[in-house]
Ligand binder design. Structure first.
Ligand code: UD1
Length: 440
């Protein structure tokens, strides 16, 4: 993990325009699904992130050569079919590595994939992934921390993917990616409706898969014998776009985020509107003017189209400065509140009871040294630091680099005073060292 920190001089209203990068959570399962393709694949708008670097390494180990083109596309091609093992060392760095399980099983008949293990945002089981693949006819056993899966040819089935906390996003990605090469028809109910799953589905269709129902909780898949290649561009990152808009809101600034998909963050925009932001929403951009002081919010996270759990921490940061008491109910990962204790170091008042946090808004936050505990928590701390008086140092910024493409540069472009430094060293303009560990 790199030891960069971000030093933030708070108190400046952010102004200007930045564009959203491509979606991390769409790109990762799409890259994993390139294992299914029999012809070369070109993926556009893949964000340059440490999570993507981990996926590139993993794919290279699995015999999928990959390289960036001069015009910024990622070209992938299967050059060897015999490797089927995703090592713990890589999977522990990034849970989304588990998305290679379905594609390996479907295309290579065998997969040995490390269980992802623990995670900072609460329990992250993979039982639904495994049950779904087993229903497609895979023989699955767990041995010494690895999932061993095999099937000569998967068979279509009726599979219910709903879990206790709703649908599973990467579970849907795994089972969908496997079912496209299964013999016969598969009906997936309780499937995730997230835009990232729709994007994966469109990519698979571009390869030759037959899928109906994308964007709904029931997917109908007709298995095909083989898939070809394609050129495909991933959707904009809705979580990054939302984070940048909250940055405008929390600093009482005026920010335009371009190259985004406003329809994918509809509920977040509603929340920002309720907080008193003025919004101008166009097809592919949003301009936000933040209020002098936000109004309190009632936030309930949930599967799409509800407010994403991945924006909960950032919205909580906004609520810490609200003129009144807000409530944040986390229904997807009930224990995902590590950021609350760090926000408290900046003066925030947050009380937590099970999956409900009560945030008593304060007029100001005060700069301090805080530590990022996970990807979105780190974004929340950066946002709070931008709004706080004085200097905030956010440690363990490698978490941020996992999922945000050049966030510090984008914030600087919006006139935020954000510098990347080596911990305990004077500020230097360092290029990103994007190798880190991850959990989302
Ligand atoms: C994905 C996202 C992550 C986001 C999350 C929820 C990627 C790479 N990551 O994670 O950023 O926060 O969706 O939108 O896309 N569950 C089970 N059994 C399973 C799988 C999940 O019970 O087999 C539960 C989880 O504990 C959780 C809920 O289902 O309570 C949703 O998790 P899931 O959608 O699977 O999250 P990820 O796909 O891991």
């Amino acid at each position: 993990m790199n030891h960069d920190v971000l030093r933030i001089q708070g108190g400046t209203a952010l102004t200007g325009q930045v564009s959203a990068s491509g979606s991390k959570n769409a790109a990762l399962p799409i890259l994993a699904a390139s294992i299914l393709a029999d012809q070369p694949v070109r993926i556009g708008r893949v964000p340059r992130l440490s999570d993507v670097v981990v996926m590139q390494r993993l794919l290279a180990e699995l015999g999928v050569s990959n390289r960036w083109t001069a015009d910024g596309w990622l070209e992938l091609e299967t050059v060897a079919l015999n490797a089927v093992q995703a090592r713990y060392q890589l999977v522990r760095q990034m849970r989304a590595s588990f998305c290679v399980l379905g594609p390996l099983l479907a295309r290579r008949q065998r997969a040995i994939v490390s269980l992802p293990g623990g995670c900072n945002i609460g329990p992250r089981p993979v039982d639904l992934h495994l049950a779904g693949l087993a229903q497609l006819g895979a023989e699955i056993r767990i041995h010494r921390g690895y999932v061993w899966a095999q099937a000569d040819r998967l068979r279509g089935a009726r599979i219910d993917l709903s879990g206790r906390h709703g649908s599973t996003v990467t579970g849907t990605a795994n089972v969908l990616s496997a079912a496209v090469l299964a013999q016969g028809e598969t009906w997936l109910t309780g499937a995730a409706c997230e835009p990232e799953i729709v994007d994966l589905g469109r990519f698979l269709i571009a390869l030759g898969a037959q899928i109906e129902g994308l964007g709904t909780s029931t997917l109908h898949i007709r298995g095909v014998e083989q898939l070809g290649g394609t050129s495909y561009q991933v959707i904009p990152d809705r979580i990054e776009a939302a984070t940048l808009l909250v940055a405008g809101a929390i600093t009482a600034g005026r920010v335009t985020v371009s190259h985004m998909a406003p329809k994918h963050v509809h509920q977040v925009l509603n929340a920002l509107d309720e907080a008193g932001c003025q919004l101008q929403i166009d097809t592919d951009r949003v301009t936000l003017k933040g209020p002098t002081r936000p109004r309190p919010l009632q936030i309930v996270t949930g599967p799409y189209p509800a407010i994403p759990t991945d924006v909960q921490a950032q919205l909580m940061a906004l609520c810490t400065l609200a003129d009144g008491t807000s409530q944040v109910c986390e229904t997807v990962f009930p224990q995902r509140f590590q950021h609350a204790a760090e926000l408290a170091r900046l003066g925030a008042v947050v009380e937590q009871q099970e999956n409900l946090a009560t945030v008593r808004g304060r007029p100001t936050l005060h700069g301090a040294t805080v530590q990022a505990t996970d990807l979105r928590a780190s974004a929340a701390l950066v946002l709070a630091g931008l709004a706080a008086d004085g200097q905030t140092t956010v440690q363990k910024i490698a978490h941020l680099d996992r999922g945000y493409e050049a966030m510090d540069e984008k914030l600087s472009r919006l006139s935020g005073h954000v510098r990347r430094c080596l911990d305990n060293q004077p500020a230097v303009n360092r290029k990103l060292n994007r190798a880190s560990t991850s959990d989302q």
